[in-house]
Design a protein around this ligand. Sequence first.
Ligand code: SAH
Ligand code: SF4
Ligand code: F3S
Length: 465
Amino acid sequence: MKTVFVKSYGCQMNVYDSARMADVMAREGYTLAASAEEADLVILNTCHIREKAAEKVYSELGRLRVLKEERRADGRRTEIVVAGCVAQAEGAEIIRRQPAVDAVIGPQSYHRLPALLEEARRAGTEGPRPAPAVDTDFPADDKFRHLPAPSRARVRTRGVSAFLTVQEGCDKFCAFCVVPYTRGAEVSRPVMAIVDEAKRLLEAGVRELTLIGQNVNAYHGPDERGATTGLAGLMERLALLPGLARLRYTTSHPNDMGDDLIAAHRDLPMLMPYLHLPVQAGSDRVLAAMNRRHTADSYRRLIARIREARPDIALSSDFIVGFPGETDAEFEDTLGLAAEIGFAASFSFKYSPRPGTPAADLGGQVPEAVMAERLARLQAQLEQDRQAFNRDTVGRTVDLLIEKPGRHPGQLAGKSPYLQAIQVEGIDAPVGSVVPVTVTGLASNSLFARPAGSDAAAISGMAAA
Ligand code: SAH
Ligand code: SF4
Ligand code: F3S
């Protein structure tokens, strides 16, 4: 039997797509390999968002070329496929740069993977090819044709938490970002396709769904009567499905946080009090140059409304430092805004010029050393805020979704509603159950807890207070 190894380099949707590609190859009789060394087919599911992410792929391909030759010496064949957003952006150029690559496939074509491999085999993997096996087509008609029809989707073993793609692509065109080019125009999946996939996942034991999309809160899919449904309406539908314990969604744009979605954070108990809402920067001049179409103040007001609806909500954000032209004072505005909001979690990056994006051609590119210093300062501040948020949870009783056995015998591991990793002791509950626990202490990346109401929780809870 042939085996496949898929490696993800990107965002949640990239991880989701990797599972779809594994599904497609499973239908061709492939099983999953534990490593690239053992695989007959290696798929690199690439990310183009920053230069570093894209360059990693070429060093990995260099390693795979050697592996391919070694295996060939043993009489075994290795096929190498480059998928994902670098594949979409660079196409056949990848095979010119690394001839060991057999095929290149963009995110909208994964259903065509077996056919494309067939093409590559026919053309032969040695020497120059008449036409490289590349599929980076952008379908105008059915953007989600690469997703398996739910009735045929295989029920595989997965954890209690799963991603579900509801929307793909982005029309926002932030000046720094490749996503509108690699993922194309924003399109929403029909409500019933999502409900059907959700049902299969729940039947397979999933308890928590994270709805994903590059611009997920712009979701506007047709329901079974053809009426346009927003993300809040979609979640109301999903909340009715038996077995579902938790709903989350990511990633959102501030300008698409509608009143109904904010109200859902108040009214839908299943919707977890956590929101990833990237702000990118705190200076209005920089935000305008980024083409974000919101200001620092409109973001502040939005956060105030969200907190009014759900006072305990945990907020997270993405930040870019060193956008072209960013001055010291403008960077201070970012620090100030971050401190003011107090994010529970964050991702922060040095600006990376991406080919084909408007910002790459701007003057005033910020020197590397300045970016490094700004990033270090911002990250120190964000880390303080994260720890402060976690400290505030100590002594509180929260619902814990049990995901797996814990680090040590007798422990179980899971997540709080605020997406904090928790290790709990002194409890015997099945994976997938939700149990109230009292947070008793914290380590750098997780919290410790005891069953709510237990003596141990009372004693250490008091000690922590
Ligand atoms: N809405 C998308 C965002 C993807 S990019 C989603 O589905 O998650 C994730 C983050 O990467 C962005 O929010 C931004 O902070 C960062 N990013 C994007 N382009 C970048 C660039 N050229 N340089 C540095 N960081 C970038
Ligand atoms: Fe990129 Fe902006 Fe779209 Fe997010 S909203 S994917 S940062 S263009
Ligand atoms: Fe990367 Fe593509 Fe996701 S560029 S962040 S894998 S949409």
